[in-house]
Design a protein around this ligand. Sequence first.
Ligand SMILES: Nc1ncnc2c1ncn2[C@@H]1O[C@H](COP(=O)(O)OP(=O)(O)OP(=O)(O)O)[C@@H](O)[C@H]1O
Ligand SMILES: [Mg+2]
Length: 203
Amino acid sequence: MSFDVLTAEHVGFRYADVPVLNHVNLRVESGSVTALTGANGSGKSTLLHLLAGVAQPTEGTIHRRPGTRLALLPQRTGDIDALPLTVTECVQIGRFTLRRRLSREDRTSVMKIMQRLEIAHLARRRLRELSGGQRQRTLIAQALVQDADVYLLDEPTAALDTHSRQQVHELLAEHVATGAAAVIASHDPAETALAEHTIHLER
Ligand SMILES: Nc1ncnc2c1ncn2[C@@H]1O[C@H](COP(=O)(O)OP(=O)(O)OP(=O)(O)O)[C@@H](O)[C@H]1O
Ligand SMILES: [Mg+2]
């Protein structure tokens, strides 16, 4: 049985005086994929930030089902290159909590997802020593290794080749099959076709 994990009602947002989102309504159900589409600058990334709670709407409300665990893959992730993280460490971040050390199960999950996304051979490399697609696969692994109820993914596969893109979609489908929800901003019609629902934002 599916249930609502995340809803947005009449959500509006403005950066200072610049209105970006207006009266956005959205209902995200468990075990479903929602695509966010719209031209450059239409507000997809902004809406994902609001859904994730890293920014607050200037109008309307966002409701998260209590206890919902969110994983966000931002579009802009350049800041992380300043840290001397290896690929493994970067993926492990997806499993960190303040309460306990990484368990054997956490390490197994990290290893498995690195194998699935074909970055295991890059384990000891620093992020800034990777190609664009290898780096993006590492960040996708960090997001998808989380045991989340909702995955908020901002153009996750924009930099990926066809094979890698397919691997990401397979992993995502496995999460969704076990009840997780995904909201994916994308310009790729093949990717948005995977979604049951589409929210199109007008500029
Ligand atoms: N920090 C900011 N301060 C002011 N304006 C911003 C800021 N971030 C984004 N904007 C503006 O808000 C609007 C929406 O931006 P947003 O990044 O959400 O669009 P998007 O749909 O994700 O675009 P893209 O397809 O290019 O990723 C744009 O007009 C952008 O210029
Ligand atoms: Mg964007």
